[in-house]
Write a protein that binds this ligand. Sequence first.
Ligand code: PLP
Length: 386
Amino acid sequence: MKISNSAKRIEPSLTRMLFNKAAQYNDVIDFTLGDPDLNTPESICNAAIDSILKGKTKYSANAGLFELRQVISDCIKSENDIYYNPSDEIIVTVGAMQGLYLSLFCILDEGDEVIIPAPYWVNYKHIVEMCKAKPVIIDTEEQNGFKVDINDLSKAVTSKTVAVILNSPNNPTGAVYDKETLEKICDLANEKSLYIVWDECYKSLTYDDEFVSILDCSIKKENVIVVNSCSKKWAMTGWRIGYVAATKELVYNMVKLQENMVACAPLPSQYAAIEAFKNGNNSTAFNVEFRKRRDLFVNEINKIDGLSCLKPKGTFYAMVNIKSFGLSSEEFSLKLLEQQHVAVVPGITYGKCSEGYVRVAYTTNEKNITEGIRRIKLFVDSLNAE
Ligand code: PLP
């Protein structure tokens, strides 16, 4: 029977392939998935339990509970000094993933182009393709801290370009955009009437530099779509709560689509999110924990002959440069898994320019990180001895 071309075009993810293969071994150190091993803070869990016990288990408004939109609006106001009206400029979504899908679905027609800097989170490319638009990939370089070069970006803009997707702090590289670069991108977006789809899901996980949001720069409000999530900030990946802040016109259209896609985000999760926004201070503790893990991982990996790794400025990911071994990133990852039972993601997953790298998610504890590094060293020693 028929399968649509849109469905067929989406390639299965290498991250999942590695994750599934890793499940064959019972002593794997798993550095593949962006799912922290920390638990959702108790008060957030209790808010959901309480809502369930009180029978708050029905549909909410398509845009999400007003109280949740209100605390999201307050949060943006206090962090960026910009007012998004909770009544019609914010929509609660099923994770940032659905927020991205709704956003792109609302702005793209067949044949439109969306610029995505590589290395990229692979879902961006797939979601653009699901909207029948064309992802236009521009490469970034390790020497530039994996940040977009404004000249490359300008050159990629055509009459069909509708949007640029930017993610800071960045998955997979850990790069955090600085104000100067962002201002240049804003100038371009304002001048060419482009949307910036600004994914700041990892904003609470920034270690060295102050995080700069595009909302702190001179982007016009009508040119920006802000996507964020509770997933990484409060270890709430399974609760599936994200949001989009955008113009009234966009949110109006997203709400219409929402009614047809999922009706609303799960109600108990929305109550949990209200508690997270109001009282969820644990994100600072998460930040301290991930900074320790980052320092441990990067310092130790850089001591291994043939490997190198830029210190990520945010997220819980790092790109390890494996170019000196002359193996493809997929070969390197598969051999490492088979020989030492350490799972990492081949760089090629994130675009051609990240061939020669593997991505590591330090979402596991320090003991596992130390053991993982010991095994990576054994593996690399064996390659060096070949
Ligand atoms: N954006 C980026 C860059 C991500 O890495 C992820 C998840 O890994 C998401 C968005 C989606 O997050 P959510 O769990 O809120 O759907």
